[in-house]
Ligand binder design. Structure first.
Ligand code: SF4
Ligand code: SF4
Length: 427
């Protein structure tokens, strides 16, 4: 008899320990925009327990419910049993993808993510033609559609494309003295859309006298596919990246990533994903200590803080948003604030740790009404600070926060902390 998905992944291990205390409900991003017990962490776990016992069919209704989670991990942070609701939902989304298939446009997008050359070509063509279909707002690397399509309404702000990607703008090896060396994993949004992040990181490394290896063969970390249940793409990209990282890991002190979602995927989710492939799980684990978020590594392993202290203070006020994949998954929140605060005044928003509402590819397409509903309160929170700049070390947050600020009529500039630090070093 062939194995069922429940034989392969034991959902009960994570659903049965839930004591139904409800502590997770007030912090849940989807519950806060859709106040229904079934779309709460406790509700998701209850349904997944029933699925394990064969009492729940993965029908369209169940698909709709499980696809409404933002995977923000707010519930796992507060749960007294540390239940990884997000990880269990990622798993069931694969069962959903097997049963219902994946929409053609997501398949096409994930195919691009598997091949760097296809990505380069598609984004280049996109850059050439983007002005035909979109109005460009170059100052904030954004654009909005000229037409009103169901998933692409004219009032929706999207990241615009750059002429040449970050990885294609520089040589693979950059020598800044030859004493120390790090590799850079840039992530797709910073590579094709928010190029200033990588430019800024190279400027910082130059000031510090640290050589950079751009790791040009890197593939997308595959987080978008993982959150959508396309495990074939994850398997393909994760194995490629692990082998590729192993080939140069000995030659560099660290692999630094100026992106919360990519670094959490490489450092934490690869290990979860390979739970049933022990050899690959061990290889992912062995690389873990080499991978850092950029501000984390710069704060703890360089004299950047001292260098910034010698530079002038800017009058700009910055408010910092904590990306879910940085603070909740990697405990990174002091480092970016500490480095930014050397040259800028920081003002905290009322809840910097609340999810921006990005939520992944399905949330940004079929369920965009939820993403929009979760994003607008965040924009209002940012507006209240009266800051000049909002910052977060995550380009997915940047895309979502820029769109939310546009809806809420908030005119505040967004910068990755790396861009702010590079700016401070120029003074
Ligand atoms: S991951 Fe976020 S949206 Fe999903 S159940 Fe947990 S708190 Fe709610
Ligand atoms: S906080 Fe944890 S144990 Fe309590 S209801 Fe939520 S998932 Fe269950």
């Amino acid at each position: 008899m062939s194995k069922t998905p429940q034989d392969i992944f034991n959902f009960a291990e994570f659903t049965d320990p839930c004591i139904k205390c409800g502590k997770c409900i007030p912090v849940c991003t989807i519950y806060n925009v859709n106040a229904d017990e079934v779309t709460s962490p406790r509700g998701f776990l209850d349904l997944l327990g029933a699925y394990q016992r064969g009492k729940l069919d993965l029908d369209k209704n169940a698909k709709d419910i499980f696809e409404s989670c933002f995977l923000c991990t707010a519930c796992t942070e507060i749960c007294p049993k540390s239940l990884p609701t997000d990880m269990v939902i990622e798993q069931v989304r694969n069962d959903i993808a097997q049963k219902f298939g994946i929409a053609w446009y997501k398949k096409a997008f994930f195919l691009l993510l598997r091949h760097r050359w296809m990505n380069d070509l598609a984004f280049k063509l996109g850059w050439v033609f983007q002005t035909c279909g979109f109005k460009i707002k170059a100052d904030i690397n954004s654009m909005s559609s000229r037409f009103n399509f169901p998933m692409l309404k004219a009032d929706r702000l999207l990241p615009s494309l750059t002429k040449t990607s970050f990885l294609n703008s520089y040589p693979e090896n950059i020598n800044n003295g030859g004493k120390r060396k790090v590799a850079i994993f840039i992530g797709c949004l910073a590579n094709y859309n928010y190029k200033g992040v990588g430019d800024g990181l190279l400027e910082i490394l130059e000031h510090l006298g640290i050589d950079a290896f751009l790791a040009k063969s890197q593939k997308c970390c595959s987080a978008p596919a993982y959150f959508t249940g396309d495990f074939d793409t994850v398997d393909n990209n994760a194995k490629f990246n692990i082998e590729y990282f192993e080939s140069f890991a000995e030659d560099v002190e660290a692999i630094i990533v100026p992106e919360a979602t990519c670094s959490a995927m490489l450092k934490i989710d690869y290990e979860h994903f390979f739970h049933d492939q022990p050899e690959w799980k061990a290889r992912a684990k062995a690389l873990k200590d080499k991978i850092f978020m950029a501000t984390e590594w710069l704060q703890h392993h360089t004299h950047l803080e001292k260098l910034l202290e010698q530079k002038k203070k800017d009058t700009k006020i910055v408010t910092y948003h904590d990306p879910c994949h940085a603070r909740k998954m990697q405990d990174i929140y002091e480092e970016p604030r500490n480095l930014i605060s050397k040259n800028y005044n920081i003002i905290e928003m009322s809840d910097p740790n609340s999810c921006c509402g990005f939520g992944g590819v399905t949330m940004q397409s079929e369920k965009y009404h939820f993403a929009k509903a979760a994003g607008i309160p965040k924009a209002a929170m940012i507006k209240k600070t009266k800051a000049d700049v909002v910052s977060a070390e995550c380009s997915a947050c940047r895309m979502q926060i820029n769109a939310s600020m546009n809806y809420a009529d908030v005119d505040i500039e967004f910068k990755n902390p790396i861009e702010l630090i590079a700016q401070a070093l120029r003074r």
